[in-house]
Design a protein. Structure first.
Length: 318
């Protein structure tokens, strides 16, 4: 809601800021404080979504001059319930380079608002802070667009999966990274897309995000030592092994393979896996892979994310 001159309190509170801005590359110096008082905080919040370039420049200058207080306020708003203000707060954080990718991912974990693509992108930024999110999404869009061209409706769920298989594993050449399975890069969405190879959970994530763009409902299915995709749209569910070039498997075949690898088939073992657990499992993989690579700092970081996921789930499931 842009501020109008009739909003006297907010405008007066910010007036010295606007007057100090003269269109030149300088700004009246201010004393850095750890937080804004309530009056200034309310004034900034009232102006946060104002589209006026002059006000945006003035706010950027003021936030830059009081980086500690501004960073604290903007991060609060960015993780708050008001989605409109959160979007604008994130814009300011990005412009000011105040964002902390690690804390953003922690906030996502604690929000309980789990969405696979958002989570995968945020996870990647904890290590690769300069991830080009737009390019990552464009690559997924490109794969989905090619699938859309080849799908002739009406067609069955199995036929749609055959098209996705053709596009992903043949046209675009995605494949299992058998040679370097424990390479941490196998777990980051943007690296899997650029290198076109990964491990079961990351290849399944790409598959799921492409299907999502097609309006096609598939589910992640986490198994001990493996990960597949489940299609539960037909009378008999079937499963897609993205690590094996998209091979289809029936529930009976999955059970047989399960037993061959020494696992007991418990009730519900082929049920969909929550997004929370998909992301948490990716973090567990990264703990193991970074440990194997001797990067204990990153291993500890992802172990802390696993702990955050588990503690958040425990608190909200009581």
């Amino acid at each position: 809601m842009p501020v109008h001159l009739s909003d006297i309190a907010s405008f007066c509170a910010i007036a010295p800021l606007l007057l100090a801005w003269s269109g030149k590359d300088h700004f009246l110096s201010v004393v850095a404080t750890p937080s804004f008082d309530l009056k200034r905080k309310d004034a900034f919040l009232a102006l946060l979504d104002d589209p006026s370039p002059a006000i945006r420049r003035a706010l950027l200058a003021h936030f830059s001059a009081e980086a500690i207080a501004a960073g604290k306020l903007l991060k609060e708003v960015a993780s708050g319930e008001n989605r409109l203000l959160a979007t604008h707060a994130r814009w300011y954080l990005e412009e000011l380079k105040f964002h902390d990718p690690v804390e953003e991912f922690r906030a996502f974990i604690r929000s309980l608002s789990y969405e696979l693509e958002t989570g995968a992108l945020l996870l990647g930024r904890t290590v690769y802070t300069d991830v080009d999110v737009t390019e990552t999404c464009r690559q997924l869009d490109e794969v989905a667009s090619r699938c859309r061209e080849l799908i002739a409706e009406p067609c069955s769920a199995r036929e749609k999966c055959r098209v996705i298989n053709r596009v992903l594993f043949h046209d675009f050449g995605f494949h299992a990274n058998l040679e370097h399975y424990s390479d941490p890069e196998n777990s980051f969405l943007h690296r899997v897309l650029s290198r076109r190879k990964g491990i079961p959970i990351s290849l399944c994530t790409v598959y799921l995000l492409v299907a999502q763009r097609l309006g096609f409902s598939l589910e992640p299915v986490g198994l001990p030592s493996h990960f597949v995709i489940g299609c539960f749209l037909d009378d008999k569910p079937f499963f897609i092994d993205a690590f094996d070039g998209g091979t289809f498997r029936s529930a009976d075949e999955m059970t047989l393979r399960f037993k061959l690898f020494g696992h007991a088939a418990s009730a519900g073992y082929l049920a969909p896996t929550p997004v929370r657990e998909v992301l948490c499992r990716s973090c567990r993989n990264l703990v193991n892979h970074y440990t194997a690579a001797g990067n204990l700092e990153h291993a500890r970081l992802f172990a802390s994310f696993v702990e955050d996921f588990e503690n958040t789930h425990a608190r909200h499931s009581m």
